[in-house]
Design a binder for this molecule. Sequence first.
Ligand code: ADE
Ligand code: ZN
Length: 341
Amino acid sequence: MLPTTITNEFIKGMPKAELHLHLEGTLEPDLKLALAKKNNIDIGQTTIAEIEKSYQFDSLPSFLAIYYPAMNVLQDEEDFYQLAMAYLEKVKEHNVRYAELFFDPQAHTSRGIPFETVINGYYRAVTESQTLGIETALIMCFLRDMSAESAAETLRQALLYKDKILGIGLDSDEQGNPPGKFKEVFKQGKEAGFHVTMHCDIDQDNSIGNIREALMDIQVERLDHGTNIVEDRELVTYVKEKGIGLTCCPVSNGFVVDDMKGKEILSLLREGVQVTVNSDDPAYFQSYISDDIVALSENYEMTPADVVLLAENSFKISWLEPEKKAGYLQEIVEYVANYQG
Ligand code: ADE
Ligand code: ZN
């Protein structure tokens, strides 16, 4: 039965899909230290406390300035595999049943790690995730602060591993890097059969213009973040009519713009936009998916029915086949029916 009030346990046990998760953002300090030691990389810190102390960011660029250098510890296929498996083992406890996982090949190829090393390591974890009872898929993101030519070259490499990648996305620093810069590469990616999503980060200089480009020119299927649509009724109507999902990350928002954007997330959810809650970079924001929903419920008025709606949306806007979606949605029905809170 639906509980009368939200509890952390109700949130944690709810079957859910994670759709906005950067694998490189799951690099916890303990694994970072272990890989630095194994690969003989000087990361500037030697203890977990020192690493945690270095996590000082209050904007997307200041976060990214810490995030990218840390990836140096990822060197061989096993490292990428281990990183992804560590995340999956953690979110098994959050009853994540399905995850579409972002990865940033250019953050690795640009420092001399072959594309093949990255994809083989991550894909091994995708295959093995079944043993943990979690189904997974990979979304390859282009770094928008790199050139369109670099993105095109990355797509060319990805086509050699077409069966291992479900979709393409766009992340990194949005300032001065609008969706239109990548129009051609997304067109090619779409023609090759990839699903398409894109970050439209919070409160950017031209958030509404960028969201419009992502929706109208690139024809994305989802927006990652994207809550600035509340400023434009036409865009809200558009995403509702087209069934475009939003993958929101309240705790991450709290770090990079000092506002979880819970008001926007919940008002969009309640007016029928297919909003979901996700963790973005959980090792850096110290918040795995259920913690994000808990944080939202602790800071804003929320009901157990909102929690159910978020979970339903997470499967509905996923890129699973319809029969699989139906199976997971049925799991939610059963979870609620059998819940004794
Ligand atoms: N890469 C990792 N996290 C990101 C975020 N929140 N926005 C853009 N790029 C990212
Ligand atoms: Zn993100």
